[in-house]
Write a protein that binds this ligand. Structure first.
Ligand SMILES: [Zn+2]
Ligand SMILES: [Zn+2]
Ligand SMILES: [Zn+2]
Length: 153
């Protein structure tokens, strides 16, 4: 078995998913599916957000790749693993560490976490569908990681 190739497929899929998340956020969530993303910007009633449906939407290609990858014993399994890993990281970073939806991990403040949090907080300054910046999640512009970077008020 070609273990390095399989790890490579997982990693490539992971980074491709950051691109897909950026693309989907910018052109779909702030586009024709804005009605599902709106409550993430403007507030919600209960604990769940309509925005959470995107986890289900992204679970579909992952599940498809897992199933066919196992059935045909091919590379699709590793694409499925890559998508699932990305979804897990996105949830840990965006929902737990940045938005603090659970009462854990509230004191994370290493350079990386501070940088992506600053970047995403700026995304949340925009309450509407149009405009906006920082649609990516795990990869953001370098300036947010610089020491002494101040959020514009
Ligand atoms: Zn948004
Ligand atoms: Zn968002
Ligand atoms: Zn957010």
């Amino acid at each position: 078995m070609n273990i390095l190739l399989n790890i490579g497929i997982v990693l490539a899929t992971f980074f491709f998913m950051e691109f897909m998340a950026w693309f989907t956020h910018k052109f779909v969530m702030h586009g024709f599916l804005w009605y599902l993303h709106r409550d993430h910007h403007q507030g919600k009633e209960g604990w769940f957000e309509k925005n959470d449906s995107f986890f289900l939407i992204f679970a579909v290609p992952s599940a498809y790749c897992f199933m066919t990858g196992i059935m045909y014993n091919d590379f699709r399994l590793f694409i499925g693993i890559g998508i699932a890993l990305y979804g897990l990281c996105y949830f840990l970073v965006h929902d737990i560490i940045i938005h603090q939806r659970f009462k854990i991990w509230r004191k994370w403040d290493n350079k990386y976490v501070l940088g992506i949090r600053r970047a995403h907080k700026i995304h949340h300054k925009y309450l509407g569908k149009e405009d906006g910046e920082n649609f990516g999640m795990l990869i953001v512009p370098m300036r947010y990681f610089r020491q002494g970077y101040k959020e514009q008020a």
